[in-house]
Design a protein around this ligand. Structure first.
Ligand code: ADP
Ligand code: MG
Length: 499
């Protein structure tokens, strides 16, 4: 059988660290980056006699993402103890949810690459089995002392959500797009910073293969330890290829957990099913069930921002943007806000202007120059030095032909470090296009007087030579003349000469 006779089946388990101030069950700080063992109250460490109390913000954040991903929100759900031994888990169990997750039966949509090339995006729905609340464990530090493993308990009790997908993904690329989608949503909702490199967004990939047309699922392997989006894609692809090669050789896929090694570009066995944990889950007797009334749920729904898909649709329908632009502008909520604030500021400056023209002009700037600088300087849009009002001022100068496109570029670059308004910079740098006929005419006349030969050529029918005169005027004039006006004046003067 050939490679294409197989189909990959993938389901992801994604952990997101919630951006709450306090930990999940104690008032201790959940902030990242403190010196080791500085956020370790007795509850986080599970000292005997302490009692956990659930942080309400954790529940609210989880309901937010549950609603944003079309989940059912359980009216009542339990927190459960999941027992296992690990040096960085001092309690000997992790508080999680088991039989009754707070959110279930949702979905997200991923936009598939345009394989056919006809520009029509294919949208695929990926089911979410559940989203539940749990707490993080601490961290074992192996690389500081060659003779010891050090323990940092700061992360103990930091709130997480686990998002479990249905086995709906069919390729490494889809797994990548799904992860990007999850990051977009959690960042959009402001509940997680979505940083895979720092581990605030993590993913375990369950991968199996089967013959095309077969409906039963194959045996899966679970792959861990991918710390970037690119590595999720690479690890899943490696695992698909490995499993197909196994089956082709007539061997069986073993149910096991495997570790991704990014340097070697391969997955390696970590533990097999025989060593699998028996977690002995049971509802935590120290914690009351989570009760979510209809009123609470609907109150949280009312606070949800306009979600990325809805915003993208509005940018296309109301602002006439191409779907591609709308997609790029809504990848991040901060960018979408920046775009809209800039557009509103521009439209306020030119209320009679065409909104769709304005939208496209702002979109070009944001998709191009603004995003380029954000990437180059590793900046967040929230700290971008040009605020929407100033960007709108710059675009206005360009739309009104007060500056040419290279001047616009030059002023934009200057605005990154110069706080002045764009027209102040344009004036100071002599970049305003001169549209003053009185100032231009003497130079036009002088150029024609100095170019007898070329004038004769023009008069005898070689009208394309007007480009030569324009070049001369632009060069000799002290400032930036509006080239359209220069052409018009030259043509008028030359026609006078003909008559
Ligand atoms: P486990 O009991 O091993 O934790 P679950 O049924 O809870 O497995 O599923 C965990 C994740 O693995 C889910 O995202 C699910 O979609 C995915 N999954 C389950 N079975 C398969 C399979 N045969 N192939 C690929 N993914 C699978
Ligand atoms: Mg499971």
């Amino acid at each position: 059988m050939a490679y294409r006779d197989y189909e990959a089946v993938i389901g992801l388990e994604v952990h997101c660290q919630l951006l709450t101030e306090a930990k999940a069950f104690s008032p201790d700080s959940a902030a990242f980056g403190a010196a080791p063992n500085h956020h370790i109250d007795p509850i986080s460490l599970g000292h005997p006699g302490t009692l956990p109390v659930l942080n309400e913000q954790v529940v609210e954040y989880t309901i937010r993402i549950g609603l944003a991903t079309h989940c059912d929100i359980a009216a009542r759900s339990d927190l459960a103890r999941k027992h296992y031994f690990y040096p960085d888990l001092p309690k000997g169990y992790q508080i999680s949810q088991y039989e009754t997750p707070i959110c279930a039966d949702g979905y997200v949509e991923i936009v598939m690459d345009d394989a056919s090339g006809d520009g029509a995006p294919t949208i695929k729905r990926i089911g979410l089995t559940r989203i539940h609340i749990e707490e993080d464990a601490g961290k074992s530090v192996h690389d500081q002392d060659p003779t010891a493993t050090l323990l940092d308990f700061n992360r103990c009790g930091v709130p997480l959500i686990e998002i479990v997908s249905e086995p709906d993904l069919r390729s490494a690329r889809e797994a990548y797009l799904y992860m990007q989608k999850i990051r977009q949503i959690v960042r959009w909702l402001g509940i997680c910073d979505g940083n895979m490199e720092q581990g605030s967004l993590r993913c375990d990939a369950n991968v199996s293969v089967r013959k095309r047309g077969q409906t039963a699922l194959g045996t899966k392997a679970e792959v861990k330890n991918m710390n970037s989006f690119r590595n999720v894609e690479r690890a899943v692809q490696y695992e698909i290829d490995r499993q197909i090669a196994l089956v082709e050789r007539g061997e069986d896929v073993v149910q096991e957990t495997r570790l991704w090694d990014a340097d070697q570009g391969e997955t390696r066995p970590m533990r097999s099913k025989e060593e699998a944990h028996d977690y002995r889950y049971f509802p935590d007797p120290d914690l009351v069930p989570i009760v979510v009334t209809d009123e609470t749920r609907e109150a949280i729904r009312a606070t949800l921002p306009e979600l990325p898909e809805a915003r993208q649709e509005r940018f296309v329908d109301a602002l006439g943007l191409p779907p591609y632009d709308a997609g790029v502008l809504t990848e991040e909520r901060g960018i979408a806000d920046y775009f809209e604030h800039s557009l509103n500021a521009l439209h306020a400056k030119q209320p009679s202007g065409d909104l769709q023209t304005h939208a496209k002009a702002v979109s070009n700037f944001v998709m191009g120059d603004v995003r380029r600088v954000l990437n180059e300087q590793a900046l967040a849009i929230e700290t971008f030095p040009i605020d929407p009002e100033r960007l709108a001022g710059l675009i206005q100068l360009r739309l009104e032909d007060q500056i040419n496109s290279s001047a616009a570029q030059q002023i934009f670059d200057a605005m990154l470090t110069d706080e002045r308004a764009p027209n102040a910079i344009a004036e100071a740098e002599n970049l305003l296009q001169v549209s003053d006929t009185g100032a231009l005419l003497p130079v036009v006349a002088q150029v024609l007087a100095d170019s007898e030969k070329q004038v004769q050529m023009y008069l005898s029918g070689k009208e394309s030579i007007v480009g030569y005169f324009i070049g001369q005027v632009m060069r000799r004039f002290d400032g930036s003349p509006d080239p359209k006006l220069v052409r018009q004046l030259l043509q008028e003067e030359l026609e006078k000469l003909r008559a």
